[in-house]
Structures are given as structure tokens and as C-alpha cells.
Design a protein around this ligand. Structure first.
Ligand code: KIV
Ligand code: ZN
Length: 511
């Protein structure tokens, strides 16, 4: 059986898409989770893009141990030097070099001839190889490139030392049959291809990113580039969870396997969604809330008799928590730890203490605590996230609030906040109750945060469910964007904490 490597680019191609940006500590949390998930390669960023990107790649390179850490670089010495500086301390560093090979890109973007492109590939791959043993070369817009020329580009890259060649469908234009045919063609026409990994990188503009990637696996690709929840430029990249579960569920067809611990998929997906504040569509395959829900009577009847009637995967293998009632007001720490462990959360005693306190508080507000409640407590509030954020622990927290939102009177908010050991409070008026509260917070903390987007939704079941607020803010002075999330059974409290969490991130970055 063939082993397919999973190259995760959530922190590069995913993170560069609008609304998906992460700060350093959040990237480290994701990188560590990707390591637990079992990906083979993490593309940690594009080191030359900004000093922050460089620092992220460098920090991730020394934060993970077993997996390969790659930085993207254009085909020039400055980019390559910067990428190498950022990844060189990783146990397994990789430089990921790219240059466009389609006529439209060469003519209008690069303004280079085919000859110049071929020569640059040889020279820059050799230059990167003089620094790093593991070199990936990507032919940007490969799927719209002339095939014969593309084969020559890859042959040059291999001759100069590339150990992986990547075939991107950069604009998501190809069909599965075309991508599969292209891989078969390259297998026959690229010199030295048998000695390197053949990778694919498919965007999802026509909704075929996953299907295109799988067609390439069938045709012989040995590496797939993808992102958690399919985040990425425009319509996103091929989704990691869909590719991995297709290969696993249809092993009979693909005759392939990956190194992914599929029980970590659900947690990885939730963690990312929580950090970037981008909810997962209920019908998203594998990780959507409805992926294993059976509504129709006939289906329910079939599943009760035998799950295989309507379920092609077992939710347990993806780590989907059981929705059944699990704990109540009188449950102890032992039961809580056991339940969290079955949900994939390894917690130490201090973290258990923290979650237990929150659990008891929640149990006073809610009749029953389900796995979804526990997941919300753990992901959104718990010591697990806070510990991994290390020095960037939350600095401000909402203590209490009183808001007048009556139609006749002006909207006034009073908010009390704890900043480190200090208690601050303030009052403001606004166009609406939350506008008033956010203004009061800005005045108190001396920030210039501007609200860009705001949403609230129930993240657990029942009328006493937990509400999650996601607040996107920007700094008026720097133009930078930040996402804050907050949860509570009181949605006003969730909203205020989300706003303050966004500001905490703003403070963290300015340190
Ligand atoms: O989509 C693309 O072509 C890329 C390359 C840089 C690999 O992201
Ligand atoms: Zn891409």
C-alpha cells in the first residue's frame, strides 16, 4: 500500500486568506495540534513576507520536533536566505521554492521568457540546495502550463536537487480527470521523477479541490497539500479532513494510507475554527455539525438497527464527541477528566482544576452538561489554550456589566474590567447597547478598536445553551485586524468578553 504524505499549509496558504489571520501564540497552538494530528510537513509561513511571518516560522520551527517545517520562498536569493534562516533550527527543515510556469503568469506577472524561467529554476534550486537538503519546487499555475515545458521545469528542478516537486492547480481551474492525466504525463516525461515525491496543491474555486487532489493520488502523487477546514485563498484549499477520510474510507479504491491520527481531526477543526472565529458550515463533510446527524425517520430507523445502513464512517474514528448527556452538577473531577480524555484532551492537574471550576459554575446555570458544553469550556476558556499561549495569557477580563437597552431611554452601558490585578470601570452611551459597552471598554483601556464584524450563535443544545460571540475588530491607527471569541450562557457577557479578547490580542502584538 502506498503512503501519502500530508503537507499542511493552514499556517501559510490558509492564514493568508482574509479573516483567517492568527497571531504568533495562536499559530503555535495550531502547529502543536498539527503535530498531534500526524501531518508529515507543516508549511509554517512565508518568512520574507514580514518580520512577524519570519518570527512565526522561526518559532514554529523550534516548537515542534518530529515533523518537517517548511517556509515558502520565491525563486530569488533573498527569499531563499530568509526562508533558510527561519527554518534552519527545525529538526527537519525544508525550503519550499516556487516560480510560475504558465504562459499567462510568465508574460504578465514575471515578464520572463521560458528560457529565463528554466534557468532560474536550475540556479535557484541549486542555491537552495546548497543550504538545505530538503527542497520542494512548486511550478505555480502548473495546471494551466504547457505540459512539455512543465516537464522540463520539473526535470531541471530535480537535476538541481529538488526532493519534492509540486503541481499546483493555483486557480482551481482543473477537473479531476485533467489533474490525474497531468500527473500520469509527468510520471512519464520528467527525468528523475521516480526518485522524488510528487505533490499536488489544489485550490477550490470550482469546488473540485478535494476531488482533484484525490485524482492525483490515484494517478501516483505521493504528497497532498491541504488545509484544516479547507481555509485558504479565495474559495480555499483542498480540505485536509476530507482528503484523509476519503483515503481511509476508500482504501479499497486508493490503495493508500496516511500517517494521520484521524481521532484528532474533529479537535483540530474545532480549535482552528475557534481561533480564527470562522464557523464550520453544518453540512461540511467530516466535521460539520450535521455530518453524522440523521433526521429522516427512515434513516434513523436504519442507523438504530445497523449504523452501516447510512454511515460510511464511524464518528469515533474522527473524534466526534458523543452528544449524549454526560455529566451533571454532582459529577466529580475524576469523571470530568475521564470524559475530557475520551474527547482527546490531555490535561494536567492544574488545567483540570481550572476546567472543573468553570464546569461547576456552568452546572449551576445549566441542567445538564453535554460533551458540546465540555468542548466549549475546554476550547474557549480552558487552561489548555491559556497554557499554550504561555507569556501571552489573557490580560483583561470582563468582571460585570449593566446595560440599559430600553427603546425610550438612551442606550447606556456600565462595564467593569479586571486588567491584571487592577479593576477598572466605565460608562458610555452608544447607538445600541453593545455599541455603548464597546465604547466604555475602549475608553477604559485607551484603545482605538473599531468593530468590523460581530456574530453570536448557540454552540450547544437546548434553551439554556452556551452562546458563542465572535468579534472582529481593527485598530484605527495600524489597520491591523484581530478576532476575539467569548462564550457564556449570557450572550451579552459572551459579546463583551469577545471584544475584550480581541483587544487582548491587540495588546499582545504591541508588546
Ligand atoms: O497556489 C499555489 O500555487 C501556491 C504555491 C505557492 C504552491 O500556493
Ligand atoms: Zn496555494
Amino acid at each position: 500500500m502506498k503512503r501519502v504524505k500530508i503537507f499542511d499549509t493552514t499556517l501559510r496558504d490558509g492564514e493568508q486568506s482574509p479573516g483567517c489571520s492568527m497571531n504568533l501564540s495562536e499559530k503555535i497552538i495550531i502547529a502543536r495540534q498539527l503535530e498531534k494530528l500526524g501531518v508529515d510537513i507543516i508549511e509554517a509561513g512565508f518568512a520574507i513576507a514580514s518580520p512577524m511571518d519570519f518570527k512565526s516560522v522561526q518559532t514554529i520551527a523550534s516548537s515542534v520536533s518530529d515533523i518537517t517545517v517548511a517556509s515558502l520562498a520565491r525563486a530569488n536569493k533573498k527569499d531563499i536566505d530568509c526562508a533558510w534562516d527561519a527554518v534552519k533550527n527545525a529538526n527537519h527543515p525544508r525550503i519550499h521554492l516556487f516560480l510560475a510556469t504558465s504562459d499567462v503568469h510568465m508574460q504578465y506577472k514575471l515578464r520572463m521568457t521560458r528560457e529565463q524561467v528554466l534557468q532560474t529554476i536550475s540556479e535557484m534550486t541549486a542555491y537552495a540546495k546548497s543550504k538545505c537538503a530538503d527542497i520542494e519546487f512548486s511550478a505555480e499555475d502548473a495546471s494551466r502550463s504547457d505540459r512539455e515545458f512543465l516537464a522540463k521545469c520539473f526535470s531541471n528542478a530535480i537535476a538541481a536537487g529538488a526532493t519534492t516537486i509540486n503541481v499546483p492547480d493555483t486557480v482551481g481551474y482543473s477537473t479531476p480527470q485533467e489533474m490525474g492525466d497531468l500527473i500520469s504525463y509527468l510520471m512519464e516525461h520528467v527525468e528523475g521523477i521516480a526518485n522524488v515525491d510528487v505533490s499536488v496543491h489544489c485550490h477550490n474555486d470550482l469546488g473540485m479541490g478535494v476531488a482533484n487532489s484525490l485524482a492525483c493520488v490515484k494517478a501516483g502523487a505521493t504528497q497532498v497539500e491541504c488545509t484544516v477546514n479547507g481555509i485558504g485563498e479565495r474559495a480555499g484549499n483542498a480540505s485536509l479532513e476530507e482528503i484523509v477520510m476519503a483515503i481511509k474510507t476508500r482504501r479499497d479504491f486508493y490503495d493508500a494510507d496516511t500517517n494521520i491520527d484521524t481521532r484528532q481531526i474533529y479537535k483540530s477543526s474545532k480549535l482552528l475554527s475557534n481561533i480564527i472565529g470562522v464557523p464550520i458550515s453544518p453540512t461540511k463533510p467530516i466535521v460539520g455539525a450535521n455530518a453524522f446527524a440523521h433526521e429522516a425517520g427512515i434513516h434513523q430507523h436504519g442507523v438504530i438497527n445497523n449504523a452501516q445502513t447510512y454511515e460510511i464512517m464511524n464518528p469515533d474514528e474522527i473524534g466526534v464527541p458523543h452528544r449524549a448527556l454526560v455529566l451533571g452538577k454532582h459529577s466529580g473531577k475524576h469523571a470530568l477528566r475521564e470524559r475530557l480524555e475520551t474527547m482527546g484532551y490531555e490535561i494536567n492537574d492544574e488545567q483540570l482544576e481550572d476546567i472543573f471550576t468553570r464546569f461547576k459554575k456552568l452546572a449551576d446555570q445549566k441542567k445538564t452538561i453535554t460533551s458540546s458544553d465540555l468542548e466549549a469550556l475546554t476550547l474557549y476558556h480552558s487552561g489548555i489554550v491559556r497554557d499554550e499561549r504561555e507569556e501571552s495569557a489573557t490580560t483583561c477580563q470582563v468582571v460585570s456589566h449593566a446595560i440599559n437597552s430600553s427603546k425610550e431611554a438612551p442606550k447606556i452601558a456600565y462595564v467593569k474590567i479586571k486588567r491584571d490585578d487592577e479593576i477598572l470601570d466605565g460608562v458610555a452611551m452608544g447607538a445600541g447597547p453593545l455599541d455603548a459597552a464597546f465604547k466604555a471598554i475602549n475608553n477604559m483601556l485607551g484603545t482605538d478598536a473599531r468593530l468590523e464584524d460581530f456574530s453570536v450563535r448557540a454552540v450547544t443544545d437546548g434553551e439554556d445553551s452556551i452562546g458563542e460571540a465572535v468579534v472582529k475588530i481593527s485598530s484605527v491607527s495600524t489597520g491591523e485586524n484581530y478576532t476575539g471569541t467569548g462564550i457564556s450562557t449570557d450572550i451579552i457577557e459572551a459579546s463583551l468578553q469577545a471584544y475584550v479578547n480581541g483587544i487582548n490580542k491587540m495588546f499582545e502584538e504591541s508588546r
